[in-house]
Design a binder for this molecule. Sequence first.
Ligand code: MN
Length: 418
Amino acid sequence: MQFHSSWLPIPAHSDFSLHNLPFGIFSTKSGEPRVGVAIGEWIMDMTAAHEFGFFKTLEIDAAVFKKETLNDLIALGRMAAKAIRLTIQQWLTDEHSPLKEAASRVLIRQTDARMHMPLRIGNYTDFYSSEEHAMAVGKLYRPENPLLPNWKHMPIAYHGRASSVVLSGTAIHRPLGQTKPGASEYPVFGPTAALDFELELAFVVGKNSELGKPVSMAAAEDHLFGVVLFNDWSARDIQRWEYQPLGPFASKNFASSIAPWVITMDALEAFRVEGPVQAPVPMPYLQTTGPKNFDIHLSAAIQPKGFEETVVTETNAKYLYWNIHQQTAHHTITGCNLNTGDLLATGTISIPGPKGAGCLLEATKGGKQPLNLTGGLNRTFLEDGDEVIIRGFAERDGIKVGFGEVRGEILPSLPDFI
Ligand code: MN
């Protein structure tokens, strides 16, 4: 798909091209949190644009633009979001657009706005869909048996904690907990000494499913609205002690961070690719045909306080073994229902290669091989004052769809509880 250029100056390599138009929640000094659409260095204030009549042909209830989350807008369905994006593209490419006259009241500089949590997240599920990651972590925890026998038969996941999903920029206190150092007979209590990030994408559910009714592979597409960058913070020493027999709990429930902009599935349509060959062939309810992976470049950087950032991960979502349709079908095959605004995350996205590891556990071989950072520093796991920045983009045939970034700084543990 090719677009004419816009009368609005959009920097050539902007994440927020005319093709992208992601949705978020923003506020300015003078207003309540409300729906915005990112375009170049600007945010289109959807309430203001609607008041100018720019969406009157769409017959959309303007109340959805005044909400402090995107849930009601998402619940209108993917076609509504698609129509909104197409309309904005038309207004921004038409040289005679009346939007030009109204621009000063409809377009707000991103630097003048504050972003908010874009979603009311009822449930968050984290999958484990990268074979490279599952294999590498399996080797560390169970060298004799790295990939468990179930892994290639179904997408493995745990139910995460929605209440502690936070917006990019929220600082994270180093969590406290129980660990059991190798040589010690008893567990010890204290701040985690193995705090990690996990580079992931989280898919946003766009449509409720009915309790008791599975969502088939064929229907999955209709239940997905978009994607956000996601950092599933993890305390590895706590995880190692607690994870058997029921999986991760306190090692992951203290915080997960999301980027402020929700990239629509429609904007990603041009970047669909075939996933890896699946062998053994999955059961019929998980059988997949056609391109259902996404070619999205992803990176993670660490920036210690007072130093420059160092990119420590460069990976790509296209290699994920299980795709989001399979995750959706498996999640609901029991009759478990999904709700608008739920997050289904991919799990850590790793690929082979020197910077292919999507977390420090994997990159440092369990904390045994430190990574060198610029400024002569090195890291096995995160230290207080470190900021982690995850970024992503898809690019093809001159079209770029960027995801912005999700960042978070590590603060010391709260002293009252140590
Ligand atoms: Mn994870």
